[in-house]
Design a protein. Structure first.
Length: 107
């Protein structure tokens, strides 16, 4: 299981969070995006392949740009598209911690 304790956390509803997250990702640094309670992280299992950690419930190692474009559309949040572009540039992966409403972007 991945250790997330040393990763910076950005509150998605905070000021300039998409810009700050993009900068972090473009520098190939990990970041945790704390999403609002209303965030819908459900996925189409046929469209996405990832792995589930049975112990934590975290789904991990999704292709960041593809996943975030889907979530941007699903949540009607174009700022996630900005993060998807950054993930495409850095080839970042994304883990989904749906229980805690977090998106974890990493290499």
């Amino acid at each position: 299981m991945r250790d997330y304790s040393n990763m910076p956390v950005l509150n998605w509803t905070g000021v300039n969070t998409p810009v700050r997250a993009k900068a972090q990702i473009m520098h190939e640094e990990p970041v945790i995006l704390q999403m609002p309670d209303t965030f819908d992280a459900s996925l189409d299992a046929e469209r996405f392949s990832g792995r589930l950690d049975e112990e934590t419930g975290i789904r991990f190692n999704y292709e960041g740009s593809k996943l975030l474009r889907w979530l941007a559309t699903q949540n009607k949040d174009p700022d996630l598209g900005v993060i998807a572009d950054a993930c495409a540039y850095s080839s970042s992966l994304v883990d989904i911690d749906a229980i805690n409403n977090r998106l974890i972007v990493h290499d």
